[in-house]
Write a protein that binds this ligand. Structure first.
Ligand SMILES: NC(=O)C1=CN([C@@H]2O[C@H](COP(=O)(O)OP(=O)(O)OC[C@H]3O[C@@H](n4cnc5c(N)ncnc54)[C@H](OP(=O)(O)O)[C@@H]3O)[C@@H](O)[C@H]2O)[C@H](O)CC1
Ligand SMILES: [K+]
Length: 525
């Protein structure tokens, strides 16, 4: 994504509710009336409903704003197609404003007050209570209605966003939000559709075109300088092959193993399996050479390292430093299985001083925890040493140790972006909704990770995949995005029973599917 200009109108770009509002306004300024946008939105939701459920009795719950306005349009289209429609309004009809008021006038049916419980006979609930304008936790009758919806058996279609979910963060304000089977949103997904718990509460997400022209995206965020190149800041994407496919380091006929980089994985004297997984993953993803560097005394622990991986021991720091000095060793991964001890702090600072691609994971992160013994270094010592291409791959616990002030508050997207700005590194905060953020503000949210990835060693493999790609010259942000996506895709392809050792072995099959020779534009979901 080095040319974010090309990605401004990517279909995988995510818009915050505020940016969506600006897109709305820009569309209206370009001559599309707001009432037409609302008509298009409601008609598209009704269409999505009718393609999934047979006509029956629908309860359309409308809120006091434009989300509710969409509900009036949906009710009219469903009624016109033979559905029995009850429309319930949270608020007063005469309090409706603008486009919502206009579309409420087109509705010929009754308008009832929002009930506290969903009647038994309802076949489908349409949640048009709140969308982009949610400003606080659900309360009162609305809260009780939503609890009844969630406790009921009727399927639910949410309009734009399940009510209660903050579109910018995916958080359920006050812990209560609609659990939908289908969410139909407009123009582009929002972070709330891909971050947890929002993604889980959306059910299936359908993105529909309501007539907003793609060119409005160029004015939405990320200031453009006079040259027209776009500031990459604030651009957020759902991870997809299209974001990094062009720069993927496929082997070329004229290349040889040195062209394909050299990944060094520094192993510890404790859990040899972790570093072995990291090294195997780096080799599998295409690093031309992979070296596993361990202390002389712990060599026997690594006896079962695959033959294609060079295993080397070091006697002392001087020996280790001289092993690292060769500039052809293009990427260095430290942390998996290293053990949280003083030598690791100094080793990490030395590796960073080489300004090679550096991936720091696990113990290489925890060793800088502020609250460790007084003699230990602090996160700011680590961040000061980050001057070259560096990726930090914490899970939530390691993140909290490195960024204690950020971990406590803020949503996953904001805190990961802030951590990238503070550390100067690419930060990949792991989870079912892994967020990858760059210091310049770009961010990607990965959504293909299955729950089977919650298994020991999966993180070690991801570290090796990032280092292995970056060793081949892929820019570290794109390498982290590609590795996160491939990591999830391999796990999805493998299915239940996955252990970390299956991940490197599963890479070839997935790489075959996305290889340019496969003639496919990647694996469209
Ligand atoms: N291009 C598009 O995206 C289109 C979007 N449309 C739809 O418009 C909504 C956004 O509409 P908006 O009116 O801005 O906001 P909502 O309808 O989500 O909320 C309405 C008001 O409700 C109040 N509010 C917020 N939170 C709560 C709460 N927890 N309890 C009670 N009331 C709440 C708030 O007003 P206040 O003054 O009370 O704060 C909101 O303003 C978007 O989601 C789409 O569905 C267009 O219709 C089509 C194009
Ligand atoms: K809604």
């Amino acid at each position: 994504m080095s040319h974010t200009q090309d990605f401004h109108d990517s279909e995988f770009r995510l818009l915050t509710p505020a940016e969506m509002g600006r897109a709305d306004t820009a569309a209206i300024a370009s001559g599309i009336a707001g009432t037409v946008l609302m008509e298009n939105a409601g008609a598209a939701v009704a269409q999505a409903i009718m393609s999934r459920w047979p006509p029956g009795r629908a309860l359309v719950a409308c809120g006091p704003g434009n989300n509710g306005g969409d509900g009036f349009v949906i009710a009219r289209h469903l009624a016109a197609s033979g559905w029995q429609v009850d429309l319930a309004l949270a608020g007063e009809r005469q309090a409706l404003r603008g486009d919502a008021a206009w579309h409420a006038q087109q509705w010929q049916g009754d308008v009832s007050p929002l009930p506290e419980t969903v009647p038994e006979s309802v076949d489908l609930v349409v949640d048009a209570l709140f969308g982009a304008g949610l400003a606080r936790p659900l309360e009162g009758v609305v809260a009780r209605f939503v609890e009844s919806v969630n406790a009921g058996t009727a399927p639910v279609c949410a309009v734009d966003m399940p009510s209660g979910i903050d579109g910018a963060t995916g958080q359920a304000l006050g812990g209560l939000a609609v659990r939908a089977d289908l969410t139909v949103t407009f123009f582009r997904k929002k972070p709330g559709h891909v971050l947890l718990p929002g993604r889980l509460l959306c059910g299936e997400v359908a993105v529909v075109d309501i007539g907003i022209p793609a060119h409005v995206l160029h004015g939405l965020s990320g200031a453009s300088d006079e040259a027209g190149s776009v500031d990459p800041g604030n651009l957020v994407f759902e991870n997809d092959i299209s974001l990094w496919h062009d720069g993927y380091p496929w082997p070329s006929m004229e290349g040889h193993k040195y062209h394909r980089g050299h990944t060094v994985v520094i192993g510890g004297a404790v859990m040899a399996g972790a570093a072995r997984l990291t090294a195997t993953a780096a080799a599998r993803i295409g690093s031309g050479l992979t070296t596993l560097l361990v202390s002389q005394g712990s060599l026997p622990l690594y006896a079962s390292t695959p033959a294609s991986i060079m295993l080397q021991g070091w006697q002392d720091d001087a020996g280790l430093h001289s092993q690292l000095r060769d500039p052809r060793k293009s990427a260095i991964a430290v942390g998996p299985g290293a053990g949280v001890q003083r030598w690791l702090e100094q080793l990490v600072l030395h590796v960073l001083s080489l300004r090679r691609v550096t991936v720091l994971d696990a113990d290489a992160l925890s060793v800088f925890e502020k609250t460790r013994s007084a003699a230990s270094l602090s996160p700011s010592d680590l961040f000061r040493a980050i001057e070259g291409p560096c990726v930090l791959t914490p899970h939530e616990g390691e993140f909290a140790r490195l960024f204690p002030s950020l971990a406590a508050n803020g949503d996953k997207l904001s805190k990961t972006r802030q951590a990238a700005r503070e550390s100067g590194a690419i930060v990949l905060l792991k989870g079912a909704d892994t967020v990858i953020a760059a210091p310049d503000g770009r961010a990607v949210i990965n959504t293909n990770a299955p729950p089977t990835l919650a298994t020991g060693g999966a993180g070690d493999v991801l570290t090796g995949m990032i280092a292995g790609l970056a060793a081949q010259g892929m820019p570290v942000f794109e390498a982290a995005c590609a590795a996160a996506w491939l990591h999830g895709e391999v796990a999805r392809a493998f299915g239940p029973g996955l252990i970390a050792d299956d991940l490197p072995a599963g890479l070839p099959a997935v790489l075959r599917l996305i290889h340019p020779a496969s003639g496919r534009q990647g694996m469209r979901r």
